[in-house]
Each structure stands twice: as C-alpha cells, then as structure tokens.
Design a binder for this molecule. Structure first.
Ligand SMILES: Cc1cc2nc3c(=O)[nH]c(=O)nc-3n(C[C@H](O)[C@H](O)[C@H](O)COP(=O)(O)O)c2cc1C
Length: 258
C-alpha cells in the first residue's frame, strides 16, 4: 500500500496491543521522519521516538500506546504548518506498515527540554487492537462543496488534491480549513483561533493546515502533479475577518493530458 492509498483508509487508533515493534522497523520509522520534507525544509526539527516506559506523559485526551514519537521544531514563521506536514507523512507511512497512530495534541512530556526547540506535537503509535482501517463512506468529514470556493475551471487535478485534503485528520475533527480553487492554484485558509474554551488554549489550526497540505503533497507525488507551495504577497496583504491565509499550491503542469 502507498501513503496516497492510506489517505482514503486511515483512522486514528486509540487502542493498542503491547506488541513490540522490531528494532529494524523502529530504525526505518526514525529514518522516514528524518528524511521527510515539509513545506519549509530550512526549519530545524528533531524527532524522538520512545517506549512508554521511558517517559511519562501528562495532559488531556491521552491515549495509552506502547510508543510515542515527539516532534520538536525551531520556532519561526510557518513552523506549526511545517510540523503538521512532516508528522502526517509519518502517520501515513506507519499506516502502510500496519501500524496505527493518534495525535496527542493535549499531551506534554514530564521532561521535555530540547535546547532552543519547541515540542510541537506528540503522536502515539503501535500495533492496533482495533480495526486499523475504515471504508471511505465512514469518514466523518464536511462535504467538498462546503469547503471550496471555485473560481474558474475545476479539473481532475484540483478535485484529487482537494479530496485528499478534505479527508485529513484535524484536532477534534474541527476541519478548520477552507480552500479557494482556480485554474492553476489552490489557496488554503484556516479559521482564526476560537474565543471559547479548549480552542483558545490549544490552537492547532496551523498544525491542521500542515496536515491537510501533506495530503495534497502526497497526492501530487503519487499522481505526478507538479506543485509549488508559495505564500503570495497579493493575498498576504489582505485582511480576512475569520480566516488566516496559509499559503497557495501552484499547479505547474497539466498532468491530465498524460
Ligand atoms: C493536531 C491534532 C491534535 C489531536 N489531538 C488528539 C488528542 O489529544 N487525543 C485524541 O484522542 N485524538 C487527537 N487527535 C485526533 C483527532 O481527534 C482525529 O484526527 C479526528 O477526530 C478525526 O478522526 P480520524 O483521525 O479517525 O479521521 C488530534 C488530531 C490532530 C490533527
């Protein structure tokens, strides 16, 4: 199975077997993380994988799993988006190996110091003790037409990219993203942080944006679409009431003709 296929079958796993993952597989997982390319390869990140007995977690909505992976990042513009984009690639890769995972947005490590880096996200993983997959019909997601504003032609390339983004996981399944699609580009926006409860404390919208971007980049790689991620000055200059501009994917070739 490919990471692209995983997009249409994955689900968060919250029940795990205690089975060990082989050292060779753990090494592959580590290497995959290190080699993954996000939207900003220049941002310094660090991965750490540990067995549950090595560290204690604290915080809300924790899932008990045999393994956890932690992603630390340099704090700079785009770092949350970049981290979401990297970690979702790892999550899809794990799925292709029969390993389940679940983001732990509310969790922290009891000891988590990494000089000059911020702990952006923890993800639980291990062999599942519940179904690893679900069918396409069982995804609880907002319909594409409610997420996308279409300006101009809407072809196969746009549909494939946006359908993959629509299925992306997000904190509390809030699906904070919205898209504007035109003939040769897709602009991505996410909701501004909420004013109530959990949303004010834990703003994961930019991390979620990175997760959705990774689904589009994985799709592009699989389907041979050439994309370029850019933040366009013409949109950055604009002020939006409820949304933040994340960036745009420029569609560089017309792969539909191949
Ligand atoms: C940034 C982020 C943080 C999340 N935090 C948690 C969490 O703390 N605990 C949890 O059980 N699930 C967490 N999730 C998983 C979401 O609840 C889940 O992805 C969403 O409900 C969609 O379900 P699915 O992943 O099965 O498609 C998180 C997901 C994301 C993307």
């Amino acid at each position: 199975m490919t990471s692209y296929e995983a997009i249409f079958r994955r689900r968060s796993i919250r029940k795990y077997k205690n089975d060990e993952i082989s050292p060779a597989m753990l090494e592959k997982i580590e290497k995959f993380g290190e080699d993954a390319i996000g939207i900003r390869p220049d941002i310094q990140v660090k991965w750490k994988i540990f067995h549950k007995e090595e560290h204690q977690l604290k915080g809300l909505f924790r899932v008990d799993a045999p393994y956890y992976v932690v992603l630390y990042s340099e704090i700079c513009e785009d770092y949350r988006k970049n981290a979401g984009c990297l970690m979702e690639q790892l999550s899809l890769y794990l799925f292709t190996k029969g390993i389940g995972s679940c983001y732990q947005g509310g969790a922290k490590l009891k000891k988590d110091q990494e000089k000059d880096l911020e702990l952006v996200m923890i993800m639980a993983f291990g062999y599942p003790a519940e179904p690893l997959e679900r069918s396409y019909e069982d995804f609880r997601r907002i319909e594409l037409k409610k997420l996308v504003t279409i300006r101009g032609a809407f072809g196969k390339v746009q549909r494939k990219l946006l359908e993959a983004a629509r299925l992306a996981p997000s904190a509390m399944n809030r699906q904070p993203w919205r898209f504007v699609s035109s003939e040769d580009r897709i602009h991505l926006f996410v909701k501004k942080p909420g004013k109530l409860g959990y949303q004010t404390q834990q703003d994961f919208n930019l991390f979620d944006a990175g997760v959705a971007l990774s689904h589009m980049l994985v799709t592009a790689e699989d389907q041979w679409f050439d994309l370029e991620y850019q933040k366009l000055d013409s949109i950055l200059e604009k002020e939006f009431q409820n949304y933040v501009y994340v960036g745009s994917l420029l569609i560089l070739n017309d792969s539909e003709k191949i």
